[in-house]
Ligand binder design. Structure first.
Ligand code: AHR
Length: 543
């Protein structure tokens, strides 16, 4: 099924399950709705106690994704002809940006691409690599960048690979062969091939995705849940024979709107629970007539549906754990998430058999960035269950970083993502948030202010991430420190503006950018912050 057809398929099913009450969705962070009729001046109170935490934060929840798609790899991170590239062909400006961001893990090589990819096409001498038609994106793939190139790039960036395996056209045997090629030192067919290709040291890749979105009729090699569950179990068994230490992630539902949502996950896990470590889930949020009616107040609440998807997927894992009387508890890998709805049809999805076509080049605005901030909050407060998550994607394709021949710029969504990377460390705080609420069509009791926070015991720093969904009013927030109160602000920034539709470009790269957050006062155990209307704020304190 083409991606266009995929869009139609999802559109027809997209309203299922959206109606909900926000108080059911926030999950572990206690949430107390104040009077929903409370006026603009009603305050929001956050109770914080560094002894009350949810779980240690796995930094891999701030991972990202690079697919052989459009200009993500070619012209994005790899451009041997460019004046901006190093001797490996890696774009130095992009590499430095991702290094400075500190992205801990990056999923590769797909995505839909992986389900038709033969990894052998991308290794060995570059001049011998075949030019093939990638059927997922109707693109010409020259294979000048492949597994070893990605591993070398990861080393230079200082990130870890999250490798995707082809369980569409690919076999479990081929998946195990790639693992052997990557992780075995020497003395076997595939490890010796790697050495012949000039790479003596094994890559020692720890995390592997067993296919991509296999529940989707658009996926190359799409199959039923039982068929996939058996194939994933077979691949996992063969892979563990090669390297028992790997962490394996089974494909869960690719969207909460899928007609098979949760039932797919249950069926898959009934077949492969004992062989895997995590379950993958995906979600792209839209501001379309179908999902939000174009209403910003509803769009900014959609991260609550991510909380719900996480809780429902975890519940299915636990149900299968119960069926199997297994001592093992699976974790979740939210390995594709973002806002994506504009560059999602027609020319934006069809490569026309060209190399590095401009595909999925979504232009992000301020309100997209605010929702991405909310999504960061949702991932953080589910740190007890989500151990990997990937902002999809990283460069040029539905991305925070955009390149051309002369340079790069940061899209609006870069900022909330970078704040998570920079400021969320240690344990996730179990905050009690009292906020006034509002209702929109299909969602009730949405808190005006959405919060997550972390406490780093090592250096005594506390960070809070606050989304003010109120489109017209600033919100005063009182933080009540129940045990120990911070003494000093280390950093504070806000992303806001008068125009929710404003975006950045090569011509105006700073139109939407963080500003110092000044409106704060300090008074012992109680601190007051004034959050501007429609804003996302980070504050980091030290004890
Ligand atoms: O990230 C873009 C595409 O979205 C991926 O290839 C696929 O997995 C998902 O449907």
């Amino acid at each position: 099924m083409s991606n266009l057809t995929r869009r139609r398929f999802l559109k027809n099913t997209s309203t299922a399950g959206l109606a909900c009450s926000a108080s059911l969705l926030v999950g572990r962070s206690a949430f107390a709705a104040a009077n929903s009729a409370a006026g603009a001046n009603s305050s929001v109170r956050i109770y914080a106690d560094t002894r009350r935490t949810i779980a240690p934060l796995d930094r891999n929840i701030f991972g990202s994704f690079l697919e052989h798609l459009g200009r993500a790899i070619y012209e994005g991170i790899y451009d041997p002809g460019s004046k901006l590239s190093d001797s490996n062909g890696f774009r130095k400006d992009v590499l430095n940006e991702i290094h400075q961001l500190g992205v801990p893990i990056i999923r590769y090589p797909g995505g839909n691409f992986v389900s038709g990819y033969n990894w052998l096409d991308g290794v060995g001498p570059k001049e011998d690599r075949p030019r093939v038609l990638d059927k997922a994106w109707n693109t010409l793939e020259a294979n000048q960048f492949g597994t070893n190139d990605f591993m070398a790039w990861c080393k230079q960036v200082g990130t870890l690979p999250l490798m995707g395996l082809n369980l569409g056209t690919g076999t479990p045997e081929e998946a195990a062969a790639l693992l052997e090629y990557c992780n075995v030192d020497k003395g076997t067919k595939w490890s010796d091939l790697r050495r012949k290709h000039g790479v003596a040291e094994p890559h020692r890749v720890q995390n592997w995705c067993l296919g991509n979105e296999m529940d989707g009729p658009w996926q190359i090699g799409h199959m039923t849940a039982s068929e996939y569950g058996m194939k994933a179990a077979d691949a996992a068994r063969q892979m563990r024979a090669v390297d028992p230490s790997v962490k394996l992630i089974a494909c869960g539902s690719s969207n909460s709107s899928m007609p098979t949502y949760l039932e797919w996950d249950r069926d898959v896990l009934e077949h492969c629970y004992e062989y895997v470590d995590g379950l993958s889930l995906h979600r792209y949020f839209t501001n379309t007539p179908e999902e939000t009616g174009g209403e910003s107040s509803k769009f900014l609440a959609l991260n609550l549906t991510m909380d719900r998807q996480i809780m429902e997927s975890a519940a299915v894992c636990d149900m299968v754990q119960g069926h199997k009387r297994s001592p093992k508890r699976l974790w979740l890998s939210f390995d594709e998430w973002n806002v994506w709805y504009r560059a999602r049809s027609g020319e934006a999805m069809n490569g026309h058999e060209k190399e590095a076509p401009h595909l999925l080049e979504e232009v992000y605005n301020l309100e997209d960035a605010l929702l991405v901030g909310g999504l960061v909050n949702s991932l953080v407060r589910h740190a007890d269950r989500v151990k990997i998550a990937c902002l999809a994607q990283l460069v040029n394709v539905i991305a925070p970083i955009m390149t051309n021949a002369d340079g790069m710029y940061r899209q609006t969504i870069f900022y909330p993502y970078s704040w998570g990377l920079q400021y969320a460390h240690g344990d996730v705080l179990n905050l009690l948030v009292e906020s006034s609420t509002y209702d929109v069509n299909g969602m009730d009791h949405i808190p005006h202010v959405d919060v997550s926070g972390t406490f780093n015991r090592d250096d005594g720093s506390i960070s809070m991430f606050l989304l003010n969904r109120d489109l017209s009013n600033a919100r005063e927030v009182e933080v009540v420190w129940e045990d120990t109160a911070p003494t000093r602000v280390l950093a504070s920034f806000v992303l806001t503006g008068n125009d929710l539709k404003a975006s950045n470009s090569f011509a105006t790269p700073q139109r939407v950018a963080p500003q110092p957050f000044e409106k704060r006062s300090v008074s012992g155990a109680r601190k007051r912050l004034e959050l501007p209307a429609c804003s996302y704020t980070v504050v980091q304190w030290s004890l």
